[in-house]
Unconditional design. Structure first.
Length: 96
């Protein structure tokens, strides 16, 4: 029986950077939710609420989510690319 394939040093680093970024992503999304839950709309004569402030906060949260998601996809792709590979399958000879 063959041993388990191990990641290289660069692969381990990429995986830990991805893990750390996932932790930051969760923290940032919790912070966005906390800020949005404390947002108070200010009444303006002739309007029901101040749409600029509320819409700006929502747009900022959405753009932050999109940017962090794209960075996460890139880091996840790097971690996936540096994963340990099964040497038996890379040779092209598969046995059934």
């Amino acid at each position: 029986m063959e041993g388990k394939a191990n990641r290289s040093l660069g692969g381990k680093l990429a995986l830990w950077v991805f893990y750390a970024f996932c932790g930051y992503f969760v923290w940032a999304m919790a912070r966005y939710v906390w800020v949005m839950s404390n947002l108070q709309s200010v009444p303006v004569p002739g309007m029901e609420s101040d749409l600029g402030s509320t819409a700006g906060k929502w747009l900022g949260a959405l753009l932050g989510f999109i940017v962090l998601s794209l960075v996460g996809v890139i880091l996840g792709g790097i971690a996936w690319y540096t994963r340990p590979r099964d040497i038996r399958r890379e040779g092209g000879s598969e046995s059934c």
